[in-house]
Design a protein around this ligand. Structure first.
Ligand code: FMN
Length: 388
C-alpha cells in the first residue's frame, strides 16, 4: 500500500473555556482553559482532533510523493491506520477509495489552500438560525443593541478627510423608483401561483447567456446581464420550484445556453421539509414560489485563476451580483425576492448531487408574489412597498 498526505491541512492549537467545578469550589473563577490540536482539512468538511504523534506523522508525509507504507519510520506507521481512517493520510488501497476521491476532487479544482479551508470548513448541515437567535436573545434590533452594545457607526468621516464637497442633487429616474421597490421579501403569497412566463423572464434576465464568444468548440465564454471574472460565469442555478402554474413542483437545473429547465430526481423528503432545512429554519423565506440555489462550478473559474489568492473572492462576489440582478428583475416584474447565505448547504449539495469542493451551493435567492399582509418584518422605511 502506498500513502501520501492529503493535499491541504492546517493545524490549529485551539483553546476553549470550559466550566471547572473543582476550580470554582477551590475559590477560582470556575473557568478552565483547555487546549487541543485540530487538523483543518477542507476535503473532510469537519475538524479532526489530533494528538502530537498524529500531527508529527503528517509532517513526515509528502502531500505529492507516494511512498510504500512499510518503509515509513515506526512512529508514523503506528498512527497511520487512524490517519487513513479519518482521511488526513491518503492511500491507494481500495478500502480508502472514498477519502482518496475527496482529496483528488480538491486537487483537480486548483483551489487556493486558504480559500479551500474557508469554503470547506464553513459549511452548515443542521443549523437552525431561528432557534439560535432565540437562544442568544438576538431576534430584534432592540435586543441586539442591548446585548451587543452599539455597532460601529452607520457612516464615517475619515480623520484625514478635507472639507465636504457638495454634490448636485441627483436627478430621479424610473430606475430610482425600481431600486426603491427592491425590498427583501419575507412574506410570500401562498395562495397565488407564479405564471411560468414570469419564471422564464426572471431566469432569462438573471442566469441566461445573452451572448457567447466561442474561441474553439471546447472553449466558450458567455455574456450575461451580470459581470463575471474572466467571462467564465461559473455560477449554476439549481431550482426548487414550489408554486408555478404549468410546472410541476420539484428540483430543476437551469441551462443558461438553451434556456431550458431539466428536472432532477425528487428528494427523499417532502419539499416543505427540505426547503425549511436548507433555509436553516428561516420560515419567512420558505414560502417563496421559486428558490434558486446558486452553486459555482469552481473548476471553471479556477481553470484560469489557478491556486489564485483572489479567485474564491471573485466567485463569491459573482453570486452577489447575480442576486442583485435577480432582486431587480423580480421587482421590475412586480414580484419580490430575497437572498440568504444562512443556509444548510450540505443538504442541498446532497439532493442536487454536488461535490462541494467542485460545485457547491453558496447562497439561495427566492422570488415570487409578495403577500398582501406583512407578518415578518421587511425593511421599507420609505414606504415603497408597504403602506407606512
Ligand atoms: C448576502 C446577504 C445575505 C442575507 N442573508 C439573510 C438572511 O439569512 N436572513 C434574512 O432574513 N435576510 C438576509 N439578508 C437580507 C438582509 O437582511 C437585507 O438585505 C437587509 O435587512 C436590508 O434590507 P433590504 O434588502 O430590504 O434593503 C441577506 C442579505 C444579503 C445581501
Amino acid at each position: 500500500m502506498r500513502v501520501r498526505r492529503c493535499k491541504v491541512v492546517c493545524f490549529e492549537p485551539r483553546e476553549e473555556a470550559v466550566f471547572d467545578l473543582e476550580g470554582l469550589l477551590a475559590g477560582g473563577d470556575g473557568v478552565a482553559h483547555r487546549r487541543r490540536w485540530l487538523a483543518l482539512a477542507p476535503h473532510l468538511g469537519r475538524e479532526v482532533e489530533v494528538d502530537a504523534a498524529a500531527r508529527d506523522a503528517l509532517a513526515e508525509l509528502s502531500p505529492e510523493r507516494w511512498v510504500e507504507a512499510d518503509v515509513l519510520p515506526e512512529p508514523v506507521r503506528q498512527v497511520l491506520p487512524a490517519l487513513l481512517e479519518v482521511g488526513l493520510a491518503i492511500s491507494d488501497a481500495p478500502g480508502h477509495a472514498h477519502m482518496r476521491a475527496r482529496d483528488e476532487a480538491l486537487r483537480a479544482t486548483w483551489w487556493h489552500p486558504m480559500a479551500a479551508l474557508a469554503h470547506g470548513l464553513t459549511r452548515w448541515s443542521d443549523v437552525d438560525t431561528t432557534v439560535a437567535m432565540r437562544q442568544a436573545g438576538t431576534e430584534t434590533a432592540t435586543q441586539l443593541r442591548r446585548l451587543l452594545g452599539p455597532p460601529p457607526p452607520e457612516r464615517i468621516v475619515p480623520p484625514h478627510a478635507g472639507d465636504a464637497v457638495p454634490l448636485p442633487p441627483p436627478a430621479e429616474t424610473s430606475f430610482d423608483r425600481l431600486l426603491r421597490r427592491r425590498v427583501t421579501c419575507r412574506n410570500f403569497d401562498q395562495a397565488r401561483p407564479l405564471p411560468l412566463s414570469l419564471l422564464s423572464q426572471v431566469l432569462h434576465r438573471v442566469f441566461a447567456a445573452q451572448g457567447q464568444v466561442r474561441v474553439t468548440t471546447d472553449t466558450v465564454f458567455l455574456k450575461k446581464n451580470s459581470p463575471s471574472g474572466g467571462g467564465l460565469h461559473p455560477v449554476e442555478a439549481y431550482l426548487i420550484v414550489r408554486r408555478v402554474d404549468g410546472l410541476d413542483s420539484g428540483l430543476y437545473h437551469y441551462d443558461p445556453v438553451s434556456h431550458v429547465l431539466r428536472r432532477l430526481p425528487d428528494p427523499e423528503e417532502p419539499l416543505d421539509g427540505l426547503v425549511l432545512r436548507a433555509l436553516a429554519g428561516q420560515t419567512w423565506f420558505a414560502g417563496a414560489h421559486v428558490l434558486a440555489a446558486m452553486a459555482p462550478r469552481y473548476a471553471r473559474n479556477f481553470w484560469k485563476y489557478r491556486h489564485h489568492a483572489k479567485a474564491y473572492r471573485a466567485v463569491v462576489m459573482e453570486a452577489g451580483h447575480l442576486s442583485q440582478t435577480l432582486y431587480l428583475s423580480a421587482t421590475e416584474a412586480g414580484l419580490a425576492a430575497y437572498v440568504t447565505c444562512a443556509i444548510n448547504e450540505a443538504c442541498l449539495d446532497a439532493v442536487f448531487g454536488l461535490d462541494p469542493m467542485n460545485e457547491g451551493v453558496l447562497a439561495i435567492c427566492g422570488f415570487g408574489w409578495r403577500a398582501p399582509v406583512m407578518e415578518t418584518m421587511e425593511l421599507d422605511p420609505q414606504g415603497a412597498v408597504w403602506e407606512p
